[in-house]
Unconditional design. Structure first.
Length: 399
């Protein structure tokens, strides 16, 4: 059933499309939603593409191949083209862009996820770039030394000068600050468009009998689940009845399972892998706290998903988390190590605090919808298109 908000957002996008003359949008992304390592960035692109397609736009997402999956697929109204592997997707997308003759009604959305597609060098139409966050130390955590150094150099020194005249969108004001400070992109070119929350995440169910913590995310270095496991084990000493669940998949699964086993925590700390939507909602609703020890986030989508279910957060005090969590009102933002453990113990052990944070979490989460995200993202793209059109009209008359 279509909600009033969906109807209104569809109408707004269609109006902006008519005003700007945009009828077709190509989105460039590193990974597709069906990729085993897909996360918040991929969901973000999917929700926007779905709503733009519903408004009558011809939307194509170009991304890397998914092992064992079709190279072309239609999903929820938009078309997905998968070409190239983990690294080959970038030259593949650029080569297609150079071959493709752009029509006046076309626009581009580049999703700069660590490695950019360098669209300012080859795309001449209206475009915006979504830069969720600065990768920074993630390069060293995820890649061998040479590749990490190359990736960091591209992100910090080579790419930014090329994007100084490009409209950059990011998810949070704290990420905006990092982009301006670390990449030296002009503040006037950077805008914030927060992500939405799925309507499936809502209050309900019942809390577990025992104190419980849930964490959700890809099992990769940047999420620092090894540090979360250490914190949970330390918190268990103060909260003996504690149980915990870390939901997600990734190449660090065997390492994390070994860490849990070595600590003798198998009986109360579970790693069930990826779960379906119903199980995820149930995990959020039944848990007392959602936790994140992540080192880098554009937002912290799992924290606001849990907040929409009435579950407060204990999370690292990093860019992205600072916007997803209202410190002291919808959760606690703390440093790694002992402060994190103390934060968990404080919320788990104080029912009055937990209830107050739960109410604040619900209030904070109510501000974010995918409909608003889709409208504001397209508004930014339409503004670029209309500004370009206005400049073209002025040029002949000024001669």
């Amino acid at each position: 059933m279509t909600s009033e908000n969906e109807v209104a957002s569809t109408a707004s996008i269609a109006r902006l499309a008519a005003e700007s003359g945009i009828t077709r949008v190509t989105m460039l992304a590193w990974r597709d939603l069906d990729d085993p390592e897909a996360g918040g960035s991929e969901l973000h692109a999917h929700r926007i593409a779905t709503r733009w397609a519903a408004a009558g736009l011809d939307v194509e997402l170009r991304t890397s191949m998914v092992p064992g999956a079709a190279m072309d697929v239609d999903r929820d109204g938009y078309h997905v083209v998968r070409r190239g592997g983990r690294y080959g997707v970038f030259p593949s997308a650029i080569a297609h862009g150079l071959r493709h003759r752009r029509r006046p009604e076309e626009a581009l959305v580049e999703i700069w996820n660590g490695m950019p597609f360098f669209s300012p060098l080859w795309y001449r139409g209206p475009k915006v770039v979504f830069l969720h966050h600065v990768h920074g130390p993630m390069w060293q955590m995820s890649l061998p030394r040479f590749r990490a150094a190359l990736g960091s150099a591209i992100e910090h020194r080579i790419a930014p000068p090329l994007y100084r005249r490009t409209s950059i969108l990011t998810l949070s004001t704290s990420s905006e600050e990092e982009i301006v400070e670390k990449l030296h992109l002009p503040r006037k070119r950077v805008s914030v468009v927060p992500p939405g929350i799925e309507p499936t995440f809502h209050p309900g169910g019942s809390k577990s009998t025992n104190p419980s913590v849930v964490a959700v995310g890809r099992l990769v270095p940047v999420k620092q689940f090894d540090k979360l496991i250490e914190a949970l084990i330390a918190a268990k000493a103060a909260v003996p009845a504690l149980t915990a669940t870390i939901i997600g998949e990734g190449y660090l699964r065997s390492d994390l399972e070994a860490q849990v086993a070595a600590a003798g925590a198998d009986s109360w700390l579970r790693l069930p892998g990826r779960v379906d939507d119903a199980a995820l909602v149930d995990a959020y609703q039944s848990s007392w706290v959602v936790a994140s020890t992540s080192l880098r986030e554009g937002w912290g989508m799992t924290l606001t998903e849990a907040a929409a279910c009435g579950t407060p957060a204990v999370a690292t005090d990093i860019a992205g988390h600072r916007d997803a969590v209202v410190n002291g009102a919808s959760g606690l933002l703390v440093d790694e190590g002992a402060p994190f453990v103390n934060g968990l113990v404080a919320v788990l052990g104080n029912e009055d605090l937990r209830r107050a944070l739960s109410a604040g979490a619900l209030e904070n989460a109510a501000r974010f919808t995918w409909d608003a995200t889709a409208v504001e993202t397209f508004r930014a793209l339409a503004a670029v298109a209309m500004a370009r059109a206005a400049r073209k009209q002025v040029r002949p008359s000024s001669r």
